[in-house]
Every structure is written in C-alpha cells, then in structure tokens.
Design a protein around this ligand. Sequence first.
Ligand code: HEC
Ligand code: HEC
Ligand code: HEC
Ligand code: HEC
Length: 429
Amino acid sequence: MNKILLMIFLLVNTVLGEATLPEYSQDKHMGVATCSSGVCHGQSAESTKDNVRMNEYRTWLAEDDHARAYKTLLKPASKRMARKLGLPSAHTAKICLDCHADNVPKEKRGKRFQISDGVSCEACHGGSERWLSDHKEEGATHATNMKIGLYPSEKPRDRAKLCLSCHLGTKDKFATHRIMGAGHPRLSFELESYTQNQPAHYAIDADYEKRKGSIRSVNMWLTGLIYKASSQMELLQSNQFRQHGLFPELAFYECQSCHRAMSPSRWPIEPLSNNVATGTVRLDDATMVILTSVLDAIGNANSSELKKAIKQLHKSSTKNKELVVKSAKSMKVILDKIAKSLIETKYSAAQKKLMRKQLLSDGAKNKFRDYTSAEQIIYAVDTLSIDLKDEQRYVKQIDKLYETLDYEDKYYPDQFKVVCNLFLKVLNK
Ligand code: HEC
Ligand code: HEC
Ligand code: HEC
Ligand code: HEC
C-alpha cells in the first residue's frame, strides 16, 4: 500500500473504532527475542506476583502450533507444494510466509526480528515499537497500551478479524484452490473452538475479568460465525473471487460438491439451496445456514430474510460473477443487522438449550448436508454444551458427532443425520 493511502486507511479505521491488524500497523515488530527473556515473558514457571503468567513464551514455544508455522514451510509436504506451484521454495515465498510467519515488510522489522519465529507474539499482539518499554512501567494499563499499538485480542470482533486473517484469508492473502490442489489442507475455523484449542498462555481469572472483561463462549462463537460469514461475503466481492478465468475461485465452494464418491444416495438436497438444479457446484454457505437455525431457535425475525438471501446467493452463482457480487453485498448488510441483534445479547440457559436442539434437529432433517456445515454444527454443539456445563453428560454423543468428520473424502450425510437423531433422543429423555 502506498504511504498516503495507508495513513488514510489507518485514520478511517480509528474513526470507525476498528483496530488495525498487526500486519498493517505503523509500528515496527521488534521480534520474539524482545519478549522472551527470563525476566519477561520467558520465565520458567507461572508468576505468582504478576497479573499475567510471565511464562507465555514457554507455552507458545513448547505447545503452540503457531511457533512451528515457519518450520512447516521447510517440511517435505511444503517443498512438494512449492514445486507444484512453481515457487523457488516455500519458506521464501510471500504467499506462504504471509500466513505462516509475521511477514511484515523489511522496514517494519526491528533488529532482533526473525522471520523464522513463525506466527510470533507480535503477529497477534501488534508491533511493539511503541509499547515494548512502556507496557511494563508502573501505571501502564490495557487502555494505555492499546493507544500505543497493542492489538485488542480480547475483544471478540477484533479477535475474529485477527484469526480469520490467516484462518480464512483476506483480499491480500488467500489459500486458493490452486494452493489446495498442490496439497494444502482445507482451512476450517470456528472462533470459540479455535480459541479453546490454542494452548492457553493466559488465564481468564477474576483479575483478568477486572482488566479486560469476560466474554461468554456462546457470544464468542456467534461473533465468530457472523464475522466469518461477513468476511466470506467481502472476499466474494474482492478480486480473490472475481479475477479468475473460466472458473471462479473454487475455494469459495463447498469442496464436497466435487470431491466425493459418485453415489446418488449421498446427495440429499439442502433446503436452502434446492432452488438450484441438481449437479450444480454450490458455494459454501455453512456459516450462514447455521445462523438461520440459531435465529429460528430464539425466534429472531431476521431468519426469513437471511434464508431468502442465501437462496438468492445460490441462484446468482448459477448466472454470473457480477450477480454473485451483488448478492454478497446484500448478504453483508443483513449479516451486519444480525450482528447487532445477536452478538451483545445475554442468553439464558434455556435459549442455549433451544439453540443446541434446533441445530441437532435441523441436522437430523438433513438441513446441513455438506461436510463444512456438519463441522460447524459440531463445533457449535460442543461449544454450547461446554457453556451449559453439561458436556460431560453428553460426551459420548459429542464424540460420535466428531467421528462423522474423521474422513473428509468419505463423509456420509446420512450418518451425520443418524447421529444427530440419536443425540436428540438422549437430550429429550
Ligand atoms: C499470521 C497468521 C495467523 C494468525 C493471525 C492466527 N493463526 Fe492460527 N495458525 C496459523 C497457521 C499457519 C497455523 C498452522 C501452523 C502449522 O502447523 O504449521 C495455525 C494453527 C492454529 C491452530 C492449530 C490448528 C490445528 O489444526 O490443530 C489453532 C487452534 C489456531 N491456529 C488458532 C488461532 C486463533 C484462535 C487465532 C486468533 C487469536 C489464530 N490462530 C491466529 C496462522 C495464524
Ligand atoms: C491464508 C493463509 C495461508 C496461506 C496463504 C498458506 N497457509 Fe498453510 N496453513 C494455514 C493455516 C491456518 C493452517 C492450519 C490449518 C488448520 O489446521 O486448521 C495451514 C497449514 C499448512 C500445512 C499443514 C501443517 C501441518 O502441520 O499439518 C502445510 C504443510 C502448509 N500450511 C503449507 C503452506 C505452504 C507451503 C503455503 C504456500 C504455498 C501455505 N501453507 C500458504 C494458512 C495458510
Ligand atoms: C495466535 C495469536 C497469539 C499469539 C501468537 C500469541 N498470543 Fe498472547 N494472547 C492471544 C490471545 C487470543 C490472548 C487472550 C486475549 C487477550 O487477553 O488479549 C492472549 C493473551 C496474552 C497475554 C495477556 C494475559 C492477560 O492476563 O492479560 C499476554 C501477556 C500474552 N498473550 C503474551 C504473549 C506472548 C509473550 C507471546 C509470544 C511468546 C504471545 N502472547 C503469542 C493470542 C496470541
Ligand atoms: C468445481 C469442482 C471443485 C471444487 C468445488 C473443489 N475442487 Fe479441489 N479439485 C478439483 C479438480 C478438478 C482438481 C484437479 C485434479 C487434477 O489436477 O487432476 C482438484 C484438486 C484438488 C486437490 C488435489 C488432489 C490431488 O489428487 O492432487 C485438493 C487437495 C483439493 N482439490 C482440495 C479442495 C478443497 C479443500 C476444496 C474446497 C475448499 C476444493 N478442492 C473444491 C475440483 C474441485
């Protein structure tokens, strides 16, 4: 980006109250070595006198896949991918480094910055040029730190934007079908589950809540769902979808539309895309279809509008790219409206139970036939059960749900349907 454009972009973002992603911030990234000393975040055991753990570096280094993201690019699998893509090597290619490391431009790298640190502290917490020395001073608070460039990763929307920038992609970096065709795994993401799966280097205790507030996991999940759908709609309007030749970018489609066995019994038609003909390659609508179930469960009036928009999006996808862009734009407006009515709400246990039941009964009715929808439902049911504190009671049913996902190429919608039905029976007991 040119400098003046970047300044305008940062200014507009500040005015809208939206944080600038660490990769675009104006600050230099000083490097993991500046965080990891034994008196800072590299202590060998959890601190008893500080309000943060102080051994964050150890957790990240020993347990967190993000610390290994660069090394992944040196593995045979990545070498093979680079060869197929005609890249000199994966660990020097911008397209790989943009997600597998903190690939800020050279002029934004401090003296101790090392690209081989992978997805490092500052890739999530922001370049520390201005806060590195100040944030440990007496009187520094989370609010003062954020003013000098610390990224607000505790805020659901900003966290969603951060994680999705690599776990879904942006208009500037994207795992295209060409990259997947070379062997890259499909990207899957659900904010609350991925938050839980990242080995925690922090604790949400009373002190944390006092400093940063606490977010219920059901709200984190809904924020992630809506924000992922919104980002998909933005990407459909960007060159990532539009710039291709004969075929549009296939990574936006339901992978199983093409990658599955040829047996008609596996092709139940999903009600929200039954307005396009059999044999059509369908756009991936999982995040939005699931939202319709959530809205139905709590009697939210936006459901019918969202359902109409999903059908419109599918219809457009059988015509031309311009219509897809138009539908994606209208969908985004609806999603923004839904965000306003869903994200901040405090849900009762009864409402969460209704959501879980609705998801499972829609699953049992074949409303979600694709692998990606099933995957999102399972994350959702798991998250809701953890939030409701009854996941131990249903651990067998939840395991059975996850088992349906074991073999992506051999996913059977009918098996998923059966497992949803069994779960419902146990719930209704
Ligand atoms: C700069 C890019 C980037 C950002 C930002 C990012 N990730 Fe990742 N994440 C990756 C990459 C790349 C991997 C795979 C690492 C590997 O194995 O090589 C990964 C892996 C993971 C995994 C392990 C996945 C698995 O299958 O076990 C989890 C969980 C995860 N990320 C959660 C998050 C969360 C939560 C956030 C936001 C707070 C986040 N990530 C932000 C790039 C990123
Ligand atoms: C849009 C971001 C993005 C881009 C671009 C990207 N990756 Fe990834 N990659 C990820 C994420 C996120 C994961 C982890 C997926 C998960 O487990 O959910 C991953 C996983 C992988 C894995 C599997 C890791 C493992 O341990 O199983 C390999 C190998 C890989 N990437 C190599 C590459 C190479 C080579 C390139 C460049 C050609 C590349 N990636 C480009 C985000 C990206
Ligand atoms: C993939 C993203 C990611 C990476 C990489 C990462 N963090 Fe975090 N970190 C988070 C998230 C998410 C939280 C929890 C939300 C918050 O409090 O901001 C967090 C919280 C923290 C906290 C605050 C704890 C509290 O009680 O307020 C510290 C300190 C921290 N991280 C340090 C580090 C250090 C040091 C590294 C590198 C060794 C690192 N983080 C790497 C995502 C990341
Ligand atoms: C419109 C149909 C279509 C869709 C949708 C589609 N693919 Fe593909 N895929 C193909 C074709 C065609 C090939 C190329 C086979 C070849 O090169 O001979 C391919 C190749 C691949 C390969 C390499 C397989 C191999 O044997 O080398 C992977 C991995 C892959 N796709 C993953 C995905 C993922 C993940 C998605 C969803 C995000 C997806 N595909 C969506 C048609 C599709």
